[in-house]
Every structure is written in structure tokens, then in C-alpha cells.
Ligand binder design. Structure first.
Ligand code: ATP
Ligand code: MG
Length: 509
């Protein structure tokens, strides 16, 4: 490597927040035309590190060099000038503006003092073509799904002519097909000489896409290895120990049916969905994105209405479209969109963990604050939530630690039927196993667990039965012993409401 190939160098970066040393001496470097993966547990400091490069945070110590020269990145404009573009874990687009307006936000081409919409839309169209996005530059961002939002973010980065592109867990919310598309774009950018910083918790993506890996543990860089390093070795570097069993399934004998869903139908969304989940059982729901899985569990939880059918808990019907009734019956839901639905971001960890139990406690007339604190501390410890203390606001937790709080909230609520929608999205490999252990504890205590996951190995590894949905219907059900990846995928791409069976092969994970 010649010096000319080095785009960026970070030396001994430090950053402290009240009560937390987020970065404690991190070294990192990025070359032209490489994908450099940042790997580390939830709360290790990955997002904080890249925020130093985008100008969102300022280091307390250490140096950042761009093209061999020490720089100070005071804000977004400095980063832009230096050719550094960042795609955050949470997107930064303005929902009510169009795609073109978002791409050129603050830099719209002007003509006679007015925004030149024609040119802006034409320029945007070229960029959208480059990232292979088939939407109109005039489409409102609000109407796009996550995969497309991400493509818009990439188009925006391209418009800035960035030589450094930083992506914070871009694949966390994508399907297999979308991931492939993203990889193709990233590879093309790499060929063009762009340096890419890539954060992911999906280890299999590292060998597929990466060139080098820097591992961060507790705010320190603990190693730099080639992307071809075996996964077990990467895990050991990352969590400081090896993980014996990725899917530790232990189950009691199944008991009575705690949850019964009978002929649930919402016109145009899902149709005649029936299944049971017994005490001590984990039932997985697999299917492609858009199969109607999230819609069904939201209806079961009372968050959305349904047109026909019934939901029963321990044989007693639960009123339709009534979250309070569902919660009183002992049903809990860990939603897919944790920031939107699962958390009160400006409240503390303790308050968030107590949200469900508090409801019960105040109804009785008083709040047992001491008990609440002790319980919150126990669950936070069990889940290994990395935080300065129970009083820290959830907004400032790392992405994965926020997810742990959402799950912890329901663990505290003595839930009988726990519904998990993509529970381990954004969770590191070590913490995933902790969550699986908690699922084991819940079932051992006689709870019923219903789990949606697009991570097929996870569904297969943890479920006792797998229900496969396709096009809003149940396409089939497989006991654990018969639930192979191929068998699930065959059902997932089938057309359950007609007699013909589809053989079209599309991906989903
Ligand atoms: N604004 C802030 N105020 C206080 N603490 C913060 C702030 N931002 C980050 N932290 C803390 O810094 C640590 C590192 O967080 P960071 O978001 O960088 O982790 P991460 O490696 O990106 O984790 P994840 O994989 O979960 O996204 C965490 O303990 C987090 O709570
Ligand atoms: Mg992060």
C-alpha cells in the first residue's frame, strides 16, 4: 500500500459522556477502494466512532487525519467538504419532502434565484439510476419502505461525491434480496475507489463483502484482521470468549393452549389465520417480507382491528382492537419498530422497563417504586444492558441496548403470551444468546412465545413449530424436526389460496 491509498486515519480517539467512557483509544484507518468492517458488541462504541467522522460528536482526545492531514470536523458541513458521507443507524431523511428534495437538501440547484426543480429532478434521476432505485424523484419519502430509504441515502452520498462512505448497520432492516442489491452497489463504489466503513452484526456478511475488520471492545480497538478470518475467531475477538451454542433450545413439555387464534381475517391484509401456542412452547412465524406476519400479530395484540375471527387467551376471548384488554389478559408484544412503538426515548432505562408493570401497580392505587427499581436492575443485568445507570435516558443508549430494554420491559410484566417481532435485529451475537436464554426461561416458567423473524437460522434454531405465511395466509406448519431452510422457503414462496403451488425462487431470510 502506498500512502496515497490512505483516505483516513484515526489515532487514539477518546470520547466520554457523563458516566460512560464510550471511546478509550481507538485506532482505525481506511484505504481507497476497500470495505473496512467495524465489529463490536452492542455499546462497544461503533456508532460513537463514526459520529466523530460526520461531525455529530467531537473527540475529547486523539487525532483524525484525512489524506494525511490532521483535521477537525466540527459539523456536517466540514464532513461534507472532506468528502465523508454517513448513513446512520436511524435515517436522516425528511418524510414530507420528495426524493429529489432529500437528495439535494440544502444544495438545490438554482436558476434566477429559484430552486431549479427540473434540473434537480433530472440530476436525482441519474443518481437513482446509479443505485438502481426504481422510484420517481417526485415520490414523497414518507411513502418508501426502509430498503428504498436506504437507497435514497446512498444516492444522497453519491451526489456529494463522497470518497468516504460510512454505513451504520445498513443491512439490519433488509431482506436477503435487498441485501444483495446493496452489496452490488457497495462493490461498484469500491471499484470506483470509494472507501467504505461498514458496521454489521451479521457475521456472514463480513467475508462476503469486507476487506479488513477492526474489532472494538469496550471503547478500545482490540484488533485488526482480514475479513476472511473465521467467524469463531471474530466472535472471540469481539466478546472476549467463544460462544458454544448459538441456539440453546431447552423446552418443557407443552401444556394447555395459552393463545388461540381462530380464523382471523382482515380484508385485503390477512385471511383465515388460525393457530395455537401452548404453554412452554415457542412458535416461529416465517415468511417473506409482506407476507402479513407483523399485521397478524398486531391484530392479536389489539393494536390493529380485524374483520372476522377470534383471539383467545386461556380459552377466554379477548376483545378486538383493544391493547389494554390484551395486556390485561397477559399478552405482550415486542414490536418490530422499537423506536416508534416500543420506547419512550426521553425517559430513563428504569422508567421504560417499568412501563408495563407501572400500569398494573398504579391501578392498585400506589406505585412500589423500590420494587420497580430492584426489578429493573435485575432485568438490565440479566440482559447485559450497557448503560451509565438506570437513570440514563434511553435515547442515548446504543441501538442494540435500546432493543434489550424493549424486551426487558415485557419480561418484567409477567407476560403469559409474549409476541416477539424481529427480536434480535441489531443485537450482537453474544447478546442474542442471552435473549434466547431468556426465551428458555420464559417457556420454562410456562409462558407461550410467538416469534416472527426473518433470520431463518434463528427461527429454525429456536422454534418448536414453524408457521409459514405467504400472501396473508398460512401456507403451512412444520414441526421443528421437519423445518429445514428449504422446506420453509418452499412454503414461503407458495401461493396458498389457489391449488397451484408456486415454484418461483425468491430469497428471504
Ligand atoms: N449522547 C450520549 N450520551 C450518553 N451516552 C452515550 C451517548 N451516545 C452514546 N453513549 C454511550 O456510549 C456507548 C457506546 O455507544 P454506541 O452507540 O457507540 O455503541 P454501538 O457500538 O454503536 O452499539 P450498537 O451495536 O448497539 O449500535 C454506550 O454505552 C452508549 O450508551
Ligand atoms: Mg450503533
Amino acid at each position: 500500500m502506498s500512502d496515497e491509498d490512505e483516505l483516513l486515519r484515526i489515532e487514539g480517539i477518546r470520547k466520554t459522556f457523563p458516566g460512560v467512557v464510550a471511546l478509550d483509544g481507538v485506532d482505525f484507518d481506511l484505504r481507497r477502494g476497500e470495505v473496512h468492517v467495524l465489529l463490536g458488541e452492542n455499546g462497544a462504541g461503533k456508532s460513537t466512532l463514526i459520529k466523530m467522522l460526520s461531525g455529530a460528536y467531537h473527540p475529547d482526545g486523539g487525532r483524525v487525519l484525512v489524506d494525511g492531514e490532521e483535521v477537525r470536523i466540527r459539523g456536517a458541513q466540514d464532513a461534507e467538504r472532506l468528502g465523508i458521507a454517513t448513513i446512520y443507524q436511524e435515517f436522516n431523511l425528511v418524510p414530507d419532502l420528495t426524493v429529489a428534495e432529500n437528495v439535494f437538501l440544502g444544495r438545490q440547484p438554482r436558476r434566477f434565484g429559484m430552486v431549479d426543480r427540473k434540473r434537480m429532478e433530472a440530476d436525482a434521476a441519474v443518481l437513482l439510476e446509479r443505485v438502481g432505485l426504481d422510484v420517481s424523484p417526485r415520490a414523497r419519502v414518507r411513502e418508501l419502505g426502509v430498503a428504498r430509504l436506504q437507497m435514497v441515502e446512498i444516492a444522497k452520498a453519491l451526489s456529494l461525491d463522497a470518497c468516504v462512505l460510512i454505513m451504520d448497520e445498513p443491512t439490519a432492516v433488509l431482506t436477503t434480496e435487498e441485501v444483495e442489491k446493496l452489496f452490488a452497489i457497495v462493490r461498484r463504489l469500491r471499484e470506483d475507489g470509494v472507501g467504505i466503513v461498514f458496521i454489521t452484526h451479521h457475521l456472514e456478511e463480513i467475508a462476503a463483502l469486507g476487506d479488513r475488520v477492526t474489532v472494538i471492545r469496550d471503547g478500545q480497538s482490540v484488533g485488526q484482521v482480514p475479513a476472511s478470518t473465521p467467524e469463531e475467531e471474530l466472535v472471540r475477538l469481539m466478546v472476549g470468549r467463544s460462544i458454544e451454542q448459538q441456539y440453546p433450545r431447552r423446552r418443557p413439555d407443552a401444556g394447555e393452549a395459552l393463545l388461540a387464534v381462530e380464523g382471523l381475517t382482515r380484508d385485503g391484509v390477512f385471511h383465515d389465520v388460525s393457530f395455537e401456542v401452548r404453554a412452554g412452547e415457542v412458535v416461529g412465524i416465517a415468511g417473506l417480507v409482506g407476507a402479513g406476519r407483523t399485521e397478524v400479530v398486531r391484530a392479536v395484540f389489539g393494536a390493529d382491528p380485524y374483520d372476522k375471527g377470534a383471539v383467545k387467551v386461556s380459552g377466554t376471548p379477548v376483545p378486538r382492537h383493544d391493547v389494554n384488554a390484551a395486556m390485561t389478559a397477559g399478552v405482550g408484544l415486542v414490536p418490530e419498530d422499537r423506536k416508534g412503538q416500543g420506547l419512550v426515548l426521553d425517559a430513563s432505562v428504569e422508567e421504560n422497563l417499568g412501563l408495563v408493570t407501572l400500569r398494573g401497580a398504579t391501578r392498585g392505587g400506589f406505585v412500589d417504586l423500590k420494587g420497580q427499581r430492584a426489578n429493573a436492575a435485575r432485568v438490565a443485568e440479566q440482559l447485559g444492558v450497557r448503560m451509565a445507570g438506570l437513570g440514563q435516558s434511553v435515547r442515548t443508549l446504543s441501538g442494540g441496548n435500546q432493543q434489550k430494554v424493549v424486551i426487558g420491559k415485557w419480561l418484567l410484566a409477567d407476560t403469559k403470551v409474549l409476541i416477539l417481532d424481529e427480536p434480535t435485529r441489531g443485537i450482537d451475537v453474544g447478546a442474542k444468546v442471552e435473549i434466547y436464554e431468556l426465551i428458555n426461561e420464559l417457556t420454562a416458567a410456562g409462558a407461550a412465545v410467538l416469534m416472527i423473524s426473518s433470520d431463518l437460522p434463528e427461527v429454525l434454531g429456536m422454534s418448536d413449530r414453524v408457521i409459514v405465511m405467504a400472501q396473508g395466509r398460512i401456507a403451512g406448519e412444520l414441526p421443528a424436526a421437519e423445518a429445514t431452510q428449504d422446506a420453509v422457503m418452499a412454503l414461503a414462496v407458495s401461493t396458498p389460496h389457489t391449488t397451484t403451488t408456486g415454484t418461483e425462487a425468491t430469497g428471504g431470510r
